[in-house]
Design a protein around this ligand. Structure first.
Ligand code: PLP
Length: 398
């Protein structure tokens, strides 16, 4: 048992990023047991460990994961095409479902093309590989708080990698100045929305620097797709940015309610990905996920009022937290996180809320530091009274 614990601690240290977080993760994993099991689809009310709770976790921003139209599309696709094609896209493995995802996504983003990949986690390495193949950069400059799907892969390109201060354009400016040799071009990399605290990266500030060095910018926009911008196109639309130097990808597993990663772009950028290792060495997502993704994107395009509802809910959550004295920004991002004095305080509040039938997250996710944070996420289908109830119960505990 002791050696299993040590083994798990080594792994968990990598995952949690801090000794305390690692110990907590191990405490949950010893005996191969997760502390919580989700016994229903995610939504404002979710069954966890057999109990129906008012739920403020995860990333099902529009509740599409349980929407009857997505479920129906998924069932039909499974009946018609089986679970998947069991071969890679460039042999026999491109079903009409995958092409439909790519067509619908291109429509959604107004892009020339889109590639559908097996997960959101893989979009970053796929994007980096294409930009390297096109010789678009000589060195990478990565936000030190970037998601693991960026940092796991940033050294794989065998180009110099420099990190800059989290969300800090001044730090990026210094790092570019210190490290780029004359004529070298940077690739600047950041999440669009950082998942832990829901902060939006100052992309326009980075972009001015990128332009001055004739470089390019990559955004992991997994949390912003469907959520930010008038059409839900993500961070670049939120900032009204459009440029040949700007590249991004996202996931279909959060706002869109399905599964898989997408990268929209011009043909010359997408081609190296379409013909590259990931698209050809990994099976595509299950048929059910592809059909559900098409439905999810169609619904997001047809019902922009859902996004307005999500933004209203986000503002209700944040203004309630601000009224309790927690520092929150005014953005429409539906994620809020905050900390209490000690980790034990946060454990207690989290447990007390669970006992009162409310699930928020006690998180040690990227960027939450040694003690972690409390985190709540709202969905478009939370009712104002759901959010008020959570806030008023929280108020009694902090
Ligand atoms: C910023 C970011 N990038 C990538 C991913 C991976 O996406 P997926 O879970 O769809 O593979 C996540 C998932 O939580 C994420 O938060």
């Amino acid at each position: 048992m002791a050696s299993r614990r040590r083994f798990l601690e080594t792994i968990a240290l990598g995952i949690a990023g801090s000794a305390l977080g690692a110990r907590k993760l191990v405490a949950q994993l010893v005996g191969s047991k997760y502390r919580f099991e989700m016994d229903s689809g995610p939504g404002p009310e979710t069954v966890i460990n057999g109990k129906k709770l008012l739920y403020f976790g995860g990333t099902g921003y529009f509740g599409f994961q349980t929407h009857p139209d997505l479920l129906h599309a998924a069932q039909k696709a499974t009946a018609d095409f089986g679970m998947g094609t069991a071969t890679s896209r460039n042999v026999f493995g491109t079903s009409p479902l995958y092409l439909d995802v790519e067509r619908t996504a291109s429509n959604f983003f107004g892009s020339d093309e889109t590639i559908y990949l097996p997960s959101g986690y893989l979009i970053n390495i796929a994007g980096f590989q294409s930009l390297a193949a096109l010789r678009r950069f000589d060195a990478m400059f990565v936000d030190e708080g970037a998601h693991w799907s960026v940092t796991d892969f940033m050294y794989a390109l065998q180009k110099p990698v420099y990190t800059f201060g989290h969300g800090d354009a001044g730090s990026l400016r210094s790092k570019l100045k210190e490290n780029l040799k004359p004529g070298e071009k940077p690739l600047v990399v950041s999440d669009g929305i950082f998942p832990a605290f829901g902060k939006i990266a100052p992309i326009p500030d980075y972009f001015k620097l990128v332009e001055s060095y004739d470089g390019c910018m990559w955004i992991d926009d997994c949390h912003a797709i469907g959520v930010l911008g008038g059409n839900g196109r993500g961070t670049y639309e939120h900032y009204s940015l459009q440029s040949e130097r700007l590249y991004f990808g996202g996931t279909l597993s959060k706002a869109v309610g399905a599964h898989g990663g997408i990268i929209p772009g011009k043909q010359e950028f997408i081609l190296p990905i379409r013909t590259g290792h990931i698209a050809n060495g990994a099976n595509a997502s299950p048929s059910a996920a592809a059909a559900a993704a098409v439905k999810g994107m169609e619904m997001l395009m047809a019902k922009p009022d859902l996004r307005q509802q999500l933004w209203r809910n986000a503002r209700q959550l944040k203004s309630g937290l601000k009224a309790m004295g927690f520092d929150q920004d005014d953005s429409a991002v539906p994620i809020a996180a905050w900390t209490l004095k000690t980790g034990e305080d946060m454990d207690r509040v989290h447990a007390d809320l669970m006992n009162r039938g409310i699930a928020i997250q006690r998180t040690h996710y990227v960027g939450t530091g040694a003690n972690g944070a409390l985190r709540a996420v709202v969905f478009a289908n939370h009712k104002p009274e759901h959010i008020n109830r959570m806030l008023s119960e929280l108020k009694m505990l902090v």
